[in-house]
Ligand binder design. Structure first.
Ligand code: NAD
Length: 494
């Protein structure tokens, strides 16, 4: 099948999904573009503020019904298993669609689609097996801790891994018996719309899911402020997240925020250098650096710095940047022309700040929004390009002399998302890992993900956590039940 046929099979019209009905959104039409050559994937209608309000109102009616929140956990789990199965039945087509949507290489999008299916399957299994709690009785009564749905959840996702980040919110939120109004990133609506068709086919009742492509500043804002929206689950940039947290505070509404990062990777002199070179390259340049967890600050022990950098730069120069449809491609294009310009401005800033370019720093010839893998050195950790998230294929390398100085610099960041350690000394690995102020630490590996392990950002990288067995509880409210067991009436009123 041609790419156009695949897109038409999964996203057959310009309609969007509002309150269980496929229809034209009342916002402007959006031309989804293939970042590898700028060609148009599809014209999609977008939601306006009234569509957003309509979706929320439909959601507020839908979640309470017997066919959703009223289902027993194992019954609702069946719907989630079906979603997982349907995703896997369309695995290759969805991977191609995701490639067209945001330009990631096909090998990466295949993994993302499989991970979306795993997420639904995992939360279905959690839903079936999570216990409510009988708490120790302290009198003539029995006590229980149970959990209820929250209601209408607004899920707001970024463009870098749409199908996987949508699944990470939809699966636990639906498992919890809630309704979800999903707002995908403006530039990547296709995977979310395809997922909506799958959810509908799998038996998610009308109104329980709406998908609203459109502008964050309009749709996202209406969703966050709407009184019937009872929780926002947001993944995106720190500044937008901060604005959402402010609005959520006004409503006293729970909010979970998965935000930006500027993650340090550190290589000690005793590390297996072949592993470390490959791991550092993968950590920053896979996904073209468009990953919140990208290892974008590199610290290398001074005694091996020159040798390590020689090997790293030689391999970075050989990375295959190009056509995302080829299995051999390691780096696809950046998401948009505008985003590439922002990456370029950061590289120029790094050079102005005194940085030296070791490789990259240019656009390759040809169409599309490509940018070469870029490594700079000669900067201190206080340089702006070491402190601000670039979200592109740009690595800044710095030597370090001892563990204390390393930890000071590694932790000197407003972000606290992830970190990588390369060493053969397990005691040091443990010591350093525990001292790092980040939600995830990879030891002799990088960017591994498991749905059964929680994920959270520290500091300005976020609030709340996703994934893991208790991920469903992030989308439920705890309730305590007291059962009186005393035969006599309460003595106080006698
Ligand atoms: P972004 O913050 O610009 O947009 C994210 C989403 O928020 C989009 O759907 C956007 O339309 C919406 N939005 C924009 N303005 C809004 C507003 N005022 N109110 C409500 N919603 C609004 O981020 P992006 O450019 O799409 O994605 C890149 C960012 O996402 C990076 O900072 C990256 O680190 C972060 N990210 C974090 C994680 C994580 O798990 N921590 C994962 C992926 C991406």
């Amino acid at each position: 099948m041609s790419d156009q046929d695949i897109i038409a099979s999964l996203v057959p019209s310009a309609d969007i999904f509002i309150g269980g009905v496929w229809k034209r959104g009342r916002g402007a039409t959006f031309a989804s573009q293939y970042p590898a050559d700028g060609s148009v994937n599809a014209e999609i209608s977008t939601a306006d503020a009234d569509d957003a309000r309509e979706a929320v109102e439909a959601a507020d009616i839908a979640w309470r019904k017997a066919n959703w929140a009223g289902l027993k956990p194992h019954q609702r789990a069946l719907v989630l298993y079906r979603i997982a199965d349907l995703i896997m039945q369309r695995h290759e087509a969805l991977a191609q669609l995701q490639r067209r949507d945001n330009g990631k290489p096909i090998n990466e999008t295949r993994v993302l689609v499989a991970s979306a299916a795993n997420t639904f399957r995992y939360f279905a299994a959690c839903l079936e097996t999570l216990d409510e709690e009988l708490t120790p009785s302290r009198g003539d009564y029995m006590t229980m801790s149970v959990h209820e749905p929250i209601g209408v959840i607004a899920a707001i996702t970024p463009w870098n891994s749409p199908i996987a980040s949508d699944a990470q919110k939809l699966a636990p939120a639906l498992a919890g018996g809630n309704a979800v109004v999903l707002k995908p990133a403006e530039v990547t609506p296709l995977a979310s719309l395809a997922l909506a068709r799958i959810c509908e086919e799998a038996g998610v009742p009308p109104g329980v899911l709406s998908v609203l492509p459109g502008k964050g500043s309009v749709i996202g804002d209406v969703l966050v402020r709407h009184p019937l929206v009872k929780k926002v689950s947001f993944t995106g940039g720190t500044e937008v997240g901060r604005g959402i947290a402010r609005l959520a505070a006004e409503k006293l509404m729970p909010v979970s925020l998965e935000l930006g990062g500027k993650s340090p990777t550190m290589v000690f002199a005793d590390a297996d250098l072949d592993h470390a070179v490959n791991g550092v390259l993968y950590g920053i340049f896979s996904s073209s650096g468009e990953a919140c967890i990208a290892g974008s600050r590199l610290f290398v022990e001074r005694s091996i710095y020159d040798e390590f950098m020689r090997r790293l730069v030689a391999k970075a120069r050989e990375l295959r940047v190009g056509d995302p449809s080829l299995e051999s491609t390691q780096m696809g294009p950046l998401i948009t022309a505008k985003h590439r310009e922002s990456v370029e401005r950061y590289v120029a800033l790094g050079l102005e700040e005194g940085g030296r370019l070791l490789c990259g720093g240019e656009r390759p010839a040809g169409d599309g929004f490509f940018y070469q893998p870029t490594i700079l050195e000669g900067l201190s950790n206080r340089a702006r390009i070491c402190q601000e998230e670039i979200f592109g294929p740009v690595l800044i390398a710095m030597p370090f002399d001892d563990e204390a100085a390393l930890l000071k610099d590694a932790n000197d960041s407003v972000f606290g998302l992830a970190a990588g350690i390369w060493t053969r000394d397990y005691k040091r690995a443990y010591r350093v890992a525990r001292a790092l102020e980040t939600g995830t630490v990879w030891i002799n590996t990088y960017k591994l993900f498991s749905i059964s392990t929680p994920f959270s950002g520290w500091k300005e990288s976020g609030m709340g956590r996703e994934k893991g067995r208790l991920g469903i509880r992030e989308y439920m409210q705890q309730k305590s039940l007291y059962w009186g067991l005393n035969d006599a009436p309460m003595a106080w009123a006698n």
